[in-house]
Design a protein around this ligand. Structure first.
Ligand SMILES: Nc1ncnc2c1ncn2[C@@H]1O[C@H](COP(=O)(O)OP(=O)(O)OP(=O)(O)O)[C@@H](O)[C@H]1O
Length: 586
């Protein structure tokens, strides 16, 4: 494809996982600058399973959804993204894991009403990236991508053949891409995304450079769209703010709009230094509303969670799962009844700045900072390089920094294990030969061959220096921005790494593994079980695999706890959890 000189043959609609959401109405966020076509708009709302939400909001589609969609649930944000893209009426659609943050019912609904032949995009080319194997039987073609290389291409997919996450050939599109649509030009009138060298993965086995170019970058400057202009305006606004051009009135209005937080520190009720010592959590008659005139998002919750318990929290989208997490962290300040006690202390009596750092959280959306890997993991310089590196190895972040250094990581891991004295243990069963080999080695070292010993020591020292250099290079390598090439799943690994470095007695994981593939999810869950065995962990997830190993499951519906118990018991009981499990198996 050549840039700039050919004819327009089609437009791409690109759906980002975390689209930019304007502080405006839901309708404006879906239209995103396009004309209001009432009939098609409502078709899109239905197809993207937003009808029920709109019916429950007093202002329907004209409800203000707040900066970055703060007033709506994660699942509602996850449905707004495809709705905006479908509304753009493009010719080719690239949907970046559109179903990862929605429950099984909604997943099925969007598949039927958007993607499959019966849906709004039924006669359009859709390139869907997904971690969900259950999607595979619905695809005409499957492209599996591993290590940035296309490894499998099947015309007639059989779902059970694949263990790697399926993805389309459009790997490397980053989210600087225009989420509305972009026009594609071609000299020869036939644009085939799979043959486009700018988006195609390398099949030769060579590892290509990470593709940083977005669809937008391929466009001539005159075709820059509203999104770019909006971004430019925001950038300009920020610049203006920096140089104090914004008037004082404007600043006052903004400040006026911000809800005051609960006190940061309460002098006569400081958090005890050892709190929480056990991690018992008790919800006592907890009810929460987002506004005085709104419905309860949580209704009279009563539940005791024991120290060290692993609790899975599930429920249909909008059930109140994230609100529970927000309530624990007291991110909601008003319209709260009842209490949350941790190790016998009502958390509402503490200052928020005092108690929040005592709890751990991985939120739905990971935060990455501009700066080095080190700054991203340890902004306050609290940890030694060894501790940080050990955590990075455990959760797979070390490998992300430079995959070619994998073997050195392994060596370092064993070096760290050495320092814990692990290799001092003599194997339980050792045959005579092994014993004499070990003995003779020890005698050789002890035998006083001074020169060889000194050389050996130098060698070790040099090796150690090499290790350190590698670690320093890895940890201090720069990550330009949050878009610097880490996928949302990889960003979730960073979040887990942060938590691993700062273990807390009580932790909440809110869809913390939703964006990683199934295998990585399993590894992360295993790590959580072993590393946080002493901690109370509340895991919110739509993907049931994530929470199947929990001690107990809480099933929520319309702000209430409708079922609670061990997963197998709930399945046997045949209630709502059993239904969710069944729905997940489609
Ligand atoms: N900031 C907010 N302002 C007003 N209402 C909100 C806000 N956040 C969530 N809600 C509403 O509260 C209810 C519960 O939302 P919550 O985010 O807790 O659901 P959830 O179970 O986490 O959903 P999901 O699985 O979609 O993330 C929903 O009806 C939602 O519309």
């Amino acid at each position: 494809m050549t840039k700039g000189s050919g004819k327009v043959i089609g437009r791409i609609g690109y759906m980002e996982q975390s689209p930019w959401i304007m502080n405006d109405t839901l309708r404006a966020n879906i239209l995103f600058g396009r004309e209001f076509d009432k009939e098609y708009f409502w078709k899109v709302i239905h197809a993207c399973a937003l009808t029920q939400d709109l019916e429950s909001w007093p202002d329907g589609d004209l409800t203000m959804i707040g900066e970055r969609g703060i007033n709506i649930s994660g699942g509602q944000r996850a449905r707004l993204a495809p709705a905006r893209t479908v509304y753009s009426q493009a010719d080719i659609y690239i949907l970046d894991d559109p179903l990862s943050a929605v429950d099984a019912h909604v997943k099925r609904h969007i598949l039927d009403n958007v993607i499959l032949s019966s849906g709004l995009l039924g006669n359009k080319l859709c390139v869907v990236t997904t971690h969900s194997e259950s999607m595979l039987p619905f695809c005409n073609q499957i492209v599996a991508v591993r290590d940035k290389t296309v490894t499998v291409v099947h015309q007639e997919p059989k779902a059970h053949q694949f263990t790697a996450p399926a993805a389309a050939a459009a790997t490397g599109l980053d989210d600087t891409c225009d989420p509305m649509s972009a026009e594609i030009e071609s000299d020869n009138m036939t644009y085939d995304p799979a043959n486009d060298s700018s988006t195609q993965s390398n099949t030769s086995g060579e590892k290509p450079e990470k593709h940083q170019e977005s669809v937008n970058d391929l466009l001539p400057p005159q075709k820059r769209t509203l999104m770019d202009n909006a971004r430019c305006s925001i950038a300009a606004l920020k610049e203006n703010a920096k140089s104090n051009i914004i008037s004082h009135d404007a600043v006052l209005i903004i400040e006026d709009d911000i809800e005051p937080e609960a006190p940061y520190i309460v002098d006569d009720c400081r958090v005890p230094s050892e709190w929480p010592h056990s991690g018992n959590v008790e919800f006592k008659n907890l009810s929460v509303k987002y506004g005085a005139d709104q419905d309860y998002a949580l209704k009279s919750l009563n539940v005791s969670i024991r120290s060290g318990e692993k609790i899975g929290i599930v429920g249909r989208t909008g059930a109140g799962k994230s609100t529970l997490a927000k309530a624990i962290f007291r991110l909601l300040n008003k319209n709260i009844e009842g209490s949350i006690e941790i190790d016998g202390h009502d958390t509402a009596t503490f200052g928020v700045g005092d108690f929040r750092p005592k709890l751990g959280i991985i939120p739905q959306e990971s935060t990455m900072f501009r700066g080095t890997v080190r700054r991203n993991l340890d902004p306050l310089n609290e940890f030694t390089i060894e501790d940080m590196w050990a955590a990075m190895i455990k959760c797979g972040v070390a490998e992300l920094i430079d995959p070619d250094r994998k073997c050195k990581h392994a060596k370092l891991a064993s070096k760290l294990a050495d320092s814990n004295g692990d290799d001092d243990d003599i194997p339980e069963e050792e045959d005579d030969n092994a014993y004499w080999e070990r003995e003779s080695k020890q005698r050789w070292v002890k035998s006083g061959l001074l020169v060889r010993a000194v050389l050996f020591m130098f060698d070790r020292k040099w090796e150690n220096q090499k290790f350190e250099k590698t670690i320093h290079a890895g940890i201090n390598c720069a990550m330009a921005t949050k878009d610097s090439g880490f996928s949302s799943g990889q960003q979730q690994l960073f979040s887990l790494c942060r938590l691993l470095m700062r273990k807390r007695k009580v932790m909440i994981l809110d869809e913390a593994t939703a964006d990683v593939d199934l295998e990585t999810d399993r590894k992360m869950q295993e790590l959580i079980r072993t590393e946080f065995s002493e901690c109370t962990v509340l895991t919110i997830a739509h993907r049931l695999d994530t929470i199947m190993g929990s001690d107990r499951i809480i099933v929520m519906e319309k702000g209430e706890i409708v079922e609670i118990g061990p997963p197998q018991e709930l399945i046997a009981k045949g209630g709502m959890f059993a239904e969710l499990v069944k729905a997940n198996e489609f």
